[in-house]
Design a protein around this ligand. Structure first.
Ligand SMILES: Nc1ncnc2c1ncn2[C@@H]1O[C@H](COP(=O)(O)OP(=O)(O)OP(=O)(O)O)[C@@H](O)[C@H]1O
Ligand SMILES: [Mg+2]
Length: 228
């Protein structure tokens, strides 16, 4: 479960990006975060994986008070979360297999388990046959599939994605969405910031609209609601 209580975020330059948010997201939900550019979507999401810390208020992620996590414990906290970015952030010198295996190697999982689990998630994203390739040898959609495989290899309960289809063409974006749907159907919470009107209006889920750092709308099976 994700819970925010009276959360504010003011950046050091004086910009108030989040201006009083209360929200609760239950285990297994799929939530789109929409809103105009600069509204605070990424800041909202970054506070969930502790890339940013709120100026005031409380954020609880699966029972953990995020603000109280010591800096040296942040990597351990993030192991229980999957994070997917618009620009993939794959390790360029590692193969597809190695990029996905990395998250399990750092927790010193058994080599046998690593192999089995990595192939399992590569199968889920349909990339088993490209396990030995480097990210530069893949299309954008394939790279995003690797990054999704990497985000779920640790079996996190929550996956957070900031505009995961932002760099992809429409057809590839639908393929990526099908993977997120599959992950959500298996019980994982998904929180996804997106500007993709078509997707939000077609694959219906809860929509949280952020405007000027506040929740302007929160609807089950909502619409995108902006003209883009
Ligand atoms: N690191 C930072 N330092 C200072 N101000 C920032 C920082 N990051 C974001 N901001 C500001 O906070 C506000 C919210 O930014 P944020 O990136 O959360 O918006 P967003 O809704 O994700 O926008 P977009 O749709 O363009 O990605 C903006 O005014 C932005 O300029
Ligand atoms: Mg953003």
């Amino acid at each position: 479960m994700i819970e925010m209580q009276d959360v504010f975020k003011k950046y050091p330059n004086g910009v108030t990006a989040i201006n009083g948010i209360d929200v609760r997201i239950n285990q297994g939900e799929f939530v789109y975060v929409v809103g105009p550019s600069g509204a605070g979507k990424s800041t909202f999401i970054k506070m969930m994986y502790r890339e940013e810390v709120p100026t005031s208020g409380t954020i609880t992620m699966n029972g953990v008070n995020v603000a109280k996590i010591k800096n040296n414990k942040v990597p351990i906290f993030r192991r229980n979360l999957g994070v997917v970015f618009q620009d993939f952030k794959l390790l360029p010198t590692k193969t597809v297999y190695e990029n996905v295996a990395f998250a399990l190697e750092v927790i010193e999982a058994q080599p046998k388990f690593i192999k089995k689990r990595v192939m399992e998630v590569l199968d889920l994203v349909n990339l088993k046959h490209k396990a030995r390739m480097l990210p530069t040898e893949l299309s954008g959609g394939e790279q995003q599939r690797v990054s999704i495989a990497r985000s779920i290899v640790n079996s996190p309960k929550i996956v957070i994605a900031d505009e995961p289809t932002g760099n992809l063409d429409p057809e590839t974006s639908w393929e990526i969405m099908n993977i997120f749907e599959e992950i959500n159907n298996r019980g994982t919470t998904i929180v996804m910031a997106t500007h993709n009107r078509e997707i939000v209006n077609t694959i219906k889920h809860r929509v949280i609209a952020i405007e000027a750092g506040k929740i302007a709308r929160d609807e089950q099976r909502g619409d995108y609601g902006y003209e883009n």
